[in-house]
Structures are given as C-alpha cells and as structure tokens.
Design a protein around this ligand. Structure first.
Ligand code: UDP
Length: 445
C-alpha cells in the first residue's frame, strides 16, 4: 500500500538552525507535505513558551521532542558538551522517536528524514531504517565547501571564492584552544555527513540562490538552493524562536522617518566583554543616529544583567530603543531602517540581503568571518569594523563607520540590486522557486 510522504525534520538545536528549518518545514506543510519536527526537549519547551496561543493553533506541523542526554548537567548545553552528547545519544534517540511515531501513526509513518548537516549522523539513521533522506545546510555554500576540504594551508578553491588562511577557517578561535578543538571535531562530523550525503546522492538544500555564489554551489554535489527563505514574501509566519519577539519596537519604528534608524543585532550566541559593550553603547550614542538595539539578557560575558554606561539610557531615550529580542525580519523590512549592524550569521545575512539593507559587519565566530568577506568584498553591500591595538572596536571607529555607511549611496544601490536578484530567484520562474517546486515533487506532495 502506498503511503503519502511523511517528513521528519531534524535541526541542530541552536537558534540559527531551528528557525530556518522550521520555516522550511512550514512551507512544505503549506504545499501539502506532512511534516513532523523534532527538537530536543529543552528547545521545544523554549519554542512553545515563545509562541502565542494563536501561533500554536495555526501551526501546520507536528512538534515532537527527544532527549539530548544532558538533563543532569544542563550547563553543558551552552558549550562543547552539547555536541559531544548529541553525537552519542542523537542517533539512538532519533531512531527510537521514529519507531514511536510509526507505531502511533501507522497509517502515515515517517518516510523521509530531512536533517541538518550539522546533525548529519541522523542521515545514517535514516539510511539504516530504509528511509528517504534530504540534507539541509542552513549556512552559506562557501562554508560548506570549506568544511568539505580540510587542508592546513592557504586555501584557494576557485577564483570566485575568497581564499582563506588557516586561521580564518570556521573552527579557528585563536586564544581559545578548547573551543577550537570542539569546533574542529564538529567540522569533521559535518565533513563526514557531507561525504555520506554525496555517496548516497542525497539532495543538499541550501538557504541561498545559485547565482549569489555559483562558484561554491557548483562544488557541492546535489546542492538545491531554495533561498533566500527571507525573500519569499508569500511566506506565512513560522515559529522557532527561543525568546518571544518584542513587537513594540515596530510601532516605535512607525514613528521614525524613513531610512533613519540603525538596527543592531548580533544573533543568538555572540557575547561581549563589559568594556566592549560600553564602547558599542557609547559609539551608538556618539553617532547621533536613531537606533534599535537588541540586547539579549546574556550578551555581556559573565553577567546576566544589562550594564549600560552611567546615564546612557536617559541620554539616548529620545532616539534609541532597546529590546531583548526583536521580530528581526519585520524590522529589516521596515522603511525606517537605514542599515544593519550585524554579526553576519547566515540567517541575518540573508535577511538583510532580502530587504536591501547595507551592513556594518562585526563577526564573532564560525562562518561569520566568511560571510563578512562576501558582504564587504564580493557583494560590496557593507563595511567592516576594525579593532584597535587592544583588540577593541572603539566608540570612534563605530561612529566613523556608521557615518561612512549611511552616506554611501553606492553601497545602498548595490544592496537594492542584490535584493531584486534575491526576490527574482524566489518568484515564479526563478531558480530557487523552481528548485523548491522540484523538492515538493520529490517529496511526493
Ligand atoms: N533573530 C530574531 N530576533 C532578534 C535577533 C535575531 O528573531 O532580535 C533571528 C534572526 O532573524 C535570525 C536568527 O535569529 O533568523 C539568528 O540566526 P543567525 O544565523 O543570523 O545567527 P546565530 O544566532 O545563528 O548566530
């Protein structure tokens, strides 16, 4: 008997992975594909807490969860222990989860596993169970090409891809050998997953469009670029955020003149020293511009409080707004936004590009340095900030680069052009649009 396709989507349990995979999952569900979404229990609780009742009622996918094996030591979830534990427990827990789902839902059992390559061991589980597999790479194609090579020398893979020095590779964290070791092991696991996917002819979905980085895309076997997801205007909102988004900033933005507000957000994991945080605050003040700044509760290292310079909040009250977590895509689409001060996470990069907003780049970890190169050198839609001799980005550097960016009409034009290209690709007849259609067909909906 023929069963309809039932896809189990499995992200890596981090904010920048769960959000795009959930967006993809919602969209597949809107196309008629039956989708179940597997989070670790801890992440699912956060997502549910951040969702409104209406969001929960309208959620077109089923949420399920499994253990990450860290209930007894939850502090490990913020460090390398998470990856080690996931590698150990995830394959058997996902297998068990699939068996449970299939027992309770034997009319529509799981037939396909769509797994994040950063949790690539799930693909092997699917293969062992005889299920269809689709891989997802939620970051940029260049960083996937990079983890697929692993040479310790100046790497120049193609004329169209900026060369890397060994200290610029994704796992490189000079000054933090323990983190570097863990990130290197993580890269090795991704590398193995990529090989496994290539050997099995598995489709690799990527949140980009082909022409944005054809050099990298052409080096990845079976890549299917379906993005940028952020440029798909017909998308209905999807969940996946770990903190609830403070929408009061949207009515604040409504009151600001067009093209006047700097949006500052550094994703879900970047942290600052207190000294650096102060320089950032004072640089924003010194710039004289209006701003909307996302300050997560844990953004200053070693502190769970927000420590602003003396009287800072009073001084900027008339032109600055600070929130703990913003509805970022809506913010970036708002006409009042003039530029995006970003850590260059891939989702943020695609969201900025999809809205034609120029960037100020302050990368923190992993692929963000690479993304900065693309933003500044390849696409010419942003400026990077430079450190002083103490490794600090000073308030004066921040003020100068903000002013240089907001007066740079060339960069604004490049950003608008890139936005048009992004929109074209996800609109009827565009490359990503057609690729998404073929994915839906492949899934049998
Ligand atoms: N984000 C958000 N509100 C915020 C800041 C970020 O919803 O205030 C979302 C953002 O839209 C993006 C994701 O969080 O989709 C962050 O992913 P990214 O890859 O940019 O960075 P990461 O968190 O993985 O470092």
């Amino acid at each position: 008997m023929e069963f309809p396709q039932h896809v189990l989507v499995v992200p890596f349990p981090a904010q920048g992975h769960v959000m795009p995979l959930m967006k993809l999952a919602y969209n597949l569900a809107y196309q008629g594909v039956k989708v179940t979404f597997a989070n670790i229990t801890f992440v699912e609780a956060k997502i549910l807490a951040a969702m409104s009742e209406a969001d929960k009622e309208q959620c077109p996918i089923r949420l399920v969860s499994y253990s990450d094996g860290l209930e007894a030591c939850p502090e490990e979830r913020n460090g390398p222990g998470l990856i080690t534990s996931l590698k150990k427990v995830m394959p058997k827990n996902i297998e068990k989860l699939i068996e449970q789902i299939n027992q309770s839902d034997n009319k529509e059992p799981i037939t396909c596993v769509m797994a994040d390559l950063t949790a690539g061991w799930t693909l092997q589980v699917a293969s062992k169970m005889g299920l269809k597999q689709v891989a997802v790479w939620p970051a940029g194609p260049a960083s996937l090409v990079q983890v697929s090579t692993m040479k310790n020398e100046l790497i120049c893979l193609s004329e169209g891809i900026p060369a890397w020095n060994s200290w610029e590779l994704t796992w490189s964290t000079p000054g933090n050998p323990a983190l570097q070791k863990s990130l290197f092991e993580f890269s090795v696991a991704i590398n193995q997953a990529v090989k496994f996917a290539a050997e099995n002819g598995t489709i690799v979905l990527c949140n980009t469009w082909y022409e944005l980085d054809s050099s990298s895309c052409s080096m990845i076997p079976n890549i299917l670029p379906i993005g940028p997801l952020a440029a798909i205007r017909t998308l209905r909102p999807s969940g996946g955020t770990f903190l609830s988004q403070d929408s009061t900033c949207l009515s604040w933005l409504d009151k600001q003149p067009s093209n006047s507000v700097i949006y500052i957000a550094f994703g879900s994991t970047a942290v600052f020293s207190q000294k650096q945080f102060d320089e950032l605050a004072l640089g924003l003040e010194l710039s004289g511009h209006s701003f909307l700044w996302v300050v997560r509760p844990n953004i200053v290292s070693g502190s769970s409080h927000e420590y602003y310079p003396d009287n800072f909040l009073e001084r900027i009250a008339s032109r600055g707004m600070i929130v703990k977590w913003a509805p970022q895509e809506k913010v970036l689409a708002h006409p009042s936004i003039s530029c995006f001060f970003s850590h260059c996470g891939w989702n943020s990069t695609m969201e900025g590009v999809s809205n034609g907003v120029p960037f100020l780049c302050w990368p923190y970890l992993w692929d963000q340095f690479d993304n900065k190169k693309y933003i500044c050198e390849m696409w010419k839609v942003g400026l990077a900030l430079d450190c002083d001799e103490d490794g600090i980005i000073s308030r004066h550097e921040i003020k100068t680069k903000i002013n240089n960016l907001v007066t740079n009409d060339g960069m604004k034009m490049n950003a608008k052009k890139l936005m048009e290209d992004a929109k074209k690709s996800v609109s009827q007849g565009g490359g990503s649009y057609e690729n998404f259609k073929s994915l839906v067909k492949y899934l049998g909906a």
